[in-house]
Design a protein around this ligand. Structure first.
Ligand code: TYD
Length: 204
C-alpha cells in the first residue's frame, strides 16, 4: 500500500476534489487516512498562507515567495506529515514540492537548480510514494476557476501566461518519466477521474 500520496496540477484542475474522494475511499476501506494540503496546515502554515496567498496589499519578491512556500513545507513535514506516517496513517497531500518546481521554477522563472535544491531540502527527504498529476488544458482550467464562487487568491489572479508557464513546468517534470508521477486525464467527470485513480490501489 502506498503511504504518502500527493496531488498536483494547475489551478482549476480539480485535484482538491480528487484528494478528498481518494481520502474518503481509503478511509472506507479501513485505512487510517490523513488529508492535508500545502500551503497552509499547522499554525505557521496558516500564517504563511494568509501572507502569501490571501493578502494582495503587499508585493512579494519571487525569491521571498519561494522561501515562504519552502518554510511552510519544512514545518508541515516536521510537524504533521512525518508524525502521521510514523503513526501508520496514509497521508494524502494536496500539492507538495512539485508545485514549487512548477510555480516558482517555471511560473516565476527562478533558476530551476536553485528551486530544485530548496524544494528538496524543504521536504526533509520525505518523498511521495505516488503523485497524481491531473492533466487538463490551461484554458479549460482557467474557465473552471472563473466559474468558482470562492474568492480568488494571489496565484489565481496571475496572467494566463503565468499559468501556461506553470503547466509547461509540470510537463517538463513529466517528461523526465519519474516513476512515482502518474498522469491522469482530468477533462472527464470527477467520478471517472476517481475510478482511474482508484485503479492504482488494486483491491482494498
Ligand atoms: P490553493 O487555493 O490551495 O489552490 P489550489 O486549490 O489550486 O491548490 O492555493 C495554492 C496556490 O499556491 C496554488 O496557486 C499553487 C501555489 N503554490 C505555489 O506557488 N508553490 C508551492 O510550493 C505550493 C505548495 C503552492
Amino acid at each position: 500500500m502506498r503511504k504518502f500520496i500527493t496531488f498536483e496540477g494547475v489551478d482549476g484542475s480539480g485535484k482538491s476534489t480528487q484528494a478528498k474522494l481518494l481520502a474518503d475511499y481509503l478511509s472506507r476501506s479501513g485505512n487510517k487516512v490523513f488529508l492535508t494540503r500545502e500551503p497552509g496546515e499547522g499554525r505557521l502554515g496558516e500564517l504563511i498562507r494568509t501572507e502569501i496567498l490571501d493578502r494582495k496589499d503587499i508585493s512579494i519578491d519571487p525569491y521571498a515567495e519561494l522561501c515562504l512556500f519552502c518554510a511552510d513545507r519544512a514545518q508541515h513535514v516536521r510537524e504533521l506529515i512525518l508524525p502521521k506516517l510514523r503513526d501508520g496513517y496514509t497521508v494524502i497531500c494536496d500539492r507538495y514540492y512539485d508545485s514549487t518546481l512548477a510555480y516558482q521554477g517555471s511560473g516565476r522563472e527562478i533558476d530551476p537548480d536553485l528551486v530544485h535544491r530548496m524544494a528538496t531540502a524543504s521536504s526533509l527527504g520525505v518523498e511521495p510514494d505516488i503523485t497524481f498529476f491531473l492533466s487538463i488544458p490551461v484554458p479549460q482550467a482557467l474557465l473552471r476557476l472563473e466559474g468558482r464562487q470562492k474568492e480568488k487568491n494571489r496565484m489565481d489572479e496571475e496572467s494566463s501566461e503565468f499559468h501556461r508557464r506553470v503547466d509547461e513546468g509540470y510537463r517538463h517534470l513529466i517528461g523526465k518519466k519519474i516513476p512515482r508521477i502518474k498522469v491522469i486525464e482530468a477533462t472527464v467527470s470527477p467520478g471517472e477521474i476517481h475510478m482511474e485513480i482508484r485503479g492504482f490501489f488494486g483491491e482494498l
